[in-house]
Structure formats: C-alpha cells, structure tokens
Design a protein around this ligand. Structure first.
Ligand code: KG4
Ligand code: ZN
Length: 338
C-alpha cells in the first residue's frame, strides 16, 4: 500500500514498447515509464518480432526499476503485479510475463493478467476521474479495431471488429506506399492537414447493412492503384491530398459505425482508445458528431493512447478488485480475445 491505496506494479511488452508503471487504486499514476523501440524498427519499415523480443529483454529490468524509483516505492509497497498476457507478439509478451511472474514469485505478490485491449479502454479511467461504465468504446490501434460495449469494469462485449487489417496497420501501410516513413499514423495525421480530403476519392467500405465490422485491407491497394494510374498518365502525385483522401475514407466509416452503435444501444458516453485515438482528425470528427447527438466523448491524452503500462495497471486493479488473480502458469496468448 502507498498512501493507504492499493499499489499495482504493471508491465507491458506486447509490441514495441517496454513499459512499467506504478498505479494506486487504479487511477492514481505514480510513474509511467515507456521505452520505445521505434528508432530500431524504423530501419525495417515496421516491427520485427524477433528484434522486439530481444530489446524487451534488454530493457525490462531497468524499466521496472525506473518505475519503482520514480514512484518512490520498493517491492514491499507493491500489492499486486499486473501484466499484459495478450493479444500481441508472442515472443514480446513472454518477456513481460516472465518478468512479472518472477517478481510475483520472489516477492510473494498476486499476479493479475490483463488483456491489452481492456488496458487501452482503461486508459480513459486514468484521464477522466469521473468516468464510469457503462459506455461504448472505440478501440483503434496498430493491431486492433473494435467496437466494444463496456458493461462494467470487467465485462466487455465486442460488437464488431476488423475482418482484415487494423486501422493503424492501414495508416502504416499507406504511409509506406506514400514514402512517408514509420510509424505512419502520426505522419499521415500531420501531412493530411495540408491536403484536400475531397481531391482524391477512395471507396468507403461499409460491408453488409447493419454490420459493425470493418475492412481496411482494400484501401492500400486503392492508394497504390491511384498512384500508378497517375504516374502512367504523367501527372504528379500530391501527397497531402492522397493522405487526406485516405484518412477521410477510413475515418468516415469508423465515425459512422461508432455513432450508429452508440445510438442503437442508447449509450450516452463514448470512449476512444488505442494509438489511432491520438489522431487529430478522428478526434475532431467524433467530437462534432457527439456534440450533435448529445453524447459525451472521452479520449485519453496522446501518451495514454499509445502503448503504456499505466493503462495495464488500471485494468489490473479493477480485475483484482473483482477477484481475478492468475496462477504462475498463466501463458501468453497472442490472439487473446476480449
Ligand atoms: O496502441 P498502439 O501504440 O499499439 C498497438 O496496440 O497496436 O498503436 C500504434 C498505432 C500505429 O499503427 C500508429 O501508426 C498509430 O497507432 N497512430 C496513429 C497516430 N498515432 C499513432 N494513427 C493515426 N494518427 C495518429 N496521430
Ligand atoms: Zn496497443
């Protein structure tokens, strides 16, 4: 306990960020250390799983030590060890999980495995102290695109998801095609501001009527086809217009489906989560629609949108309070569902 509050030491290593945090009573973040591997993976234009695992291994101990130090805590003060056990890259997950188990065993603390998506949603509880379930959540990241009905702190009902690429993956692939670099999301976000979203039209993919699923794999081909046909016709590509056109095509569908799900289920609160929730245009569009429909919109600040361990500490707290602890046989599950 620290200051009379339950202290969680949380570890996150599902993709390319090695992160650790100390979180009190779920919402009071005392430290949030994130060691990003972006500079390494940039060389390859995307995350290389084997390299990610090795870097997690190199980083995890000092990241945990820094989180404890910054919180002014020792292991004696920690009540619970929270850790992401899926979904994610299996080799990457295993490093965080093995570390968490070692601390749990050596220090005699309970272990709580956290679903990474539940973590992303929980980032909103940290940012907005007054927020409580139920609400609708839009989870948009490099690995996931989900509409989730959050019924309580631990009860999540998935209404729809992507049938192929996640939206962040589409951003990253299109950025590569446009020669912008990695990770593509923030770069497209920035350059699209200088473009005209109506200059180049890309198809909006809604799937069957009423479906809350998504499909983004076709848009990269759409962008490639457009670039090739323009080149063949001897015309210059105006990258900001293509970026703005791509962004408009994916965000129109995401915003439409989120709003219709919230209205159909009578939800008066929507929360955004995941790396793409940091996108400025998506934030703007969601805010406009929510204002129009009398729905309250919650978004974490950008640092809590992308991968971090504070969100895992928050989700671990609520799972622990609901009686959910795990054994030391807890395994990493790369395709763990919510
Ligand atoms: O949540 P996250 O850090 O990792 C996963 O769990 O996947 O999300 C990373 C993704 C990347 O695809 C990145 O390009 C995207 O989030 N992203 C953005 C923005 N910032 C990060 N996409 C669009 N606009 C942004 N500002
Ligand atoms: Zn994530």
């Amino acid at each position: 306990m620290i200051d009379g509050k339950l202290a969680v030491l949380a570890i996150e290593s599902s993709c390319d960020e090695t992160a650790a945090a100390v979180v009190l009573d779920g919402r009071d973040v005392r430290s949030n250390i994130i060691s990003s591997q972006i500079e390494t993976h940039k060389l390859y234009g995307g995350v290389v799983p084997e390299i990610a695992s090795r870097q997690h291994l190199t980083n995890v101990n000092w990241v945990v030590d820094s989180a404890l130090e910054e919180a002014g805590a020792s292991m004696d003060d920690i009540d619970v060890i929270g850790v992401t056990y899926g979904p994610g890259l299996v080799g990457a997950l295993l490093i965080g999980l093995a570390t968490a188990k070692a601390y749990a065993l050596a220090c005699g603390k309970p272990l709580v495995g956290v679903n990474h998506i539940a973590g992303h949603i929980s980032a909103n509880f940290i940012e907005h102290p007054e927020l409580e379930p139920p609400f609708m959540a839009l989870v948009v990241s490099g690995g996931h695109t989900n509409l989730v009905e959050v019924r309580s702190y631990t009860d999540f009902h998935v209404l729809g998801g992507t049938r192929d690429d996640a939206v962040g993956e589409a951003y990253d692939k299109v950025a590569r095609v446009l020669g912008l670099g990695y990770p593509g999301g923030p770069l497209i976000d920035k350059i699209a501001k200088e473009g005209d979203p109506e200059a180049v039209h890309f198809k909006r993919v809604y799937l069957e009527k009423g479906s809350l699923d998504f499909s983004f794999s076709g848009i990269k081909t759409g962008v490639l086809n457009y670039i090739n046909s323009e080149k063949q016709a001897g015309r210059e590509i105006h990258v900001p217009d293509v970026a703005a056109g791509f962004q408009a095509a994916v965000l129109d569908v995401i915003v439409d489906k989120t709003m219709s799900a919230a209205k159909d289920l009578g939800k008066d609160k929507i929360v955004m989560a995941g790396g793409v929730a940091a996108n400025s245009r998506l934030r703007e569009m969601m805010q406009q629609q929510c204002d129009k429909n009398g729905i309250a919109l919650y978004r974490p600040s950008p640092i809590l949108c992308t991968d971090n361990a504070a969100m895992i500490g928050c989700a671990a707290y609520y799972k622990y309070m609901a009686g959910g602890t795990d054994g030391l046989d807890l395994d990493a599950i790369p395709n763990l569902e919510l």
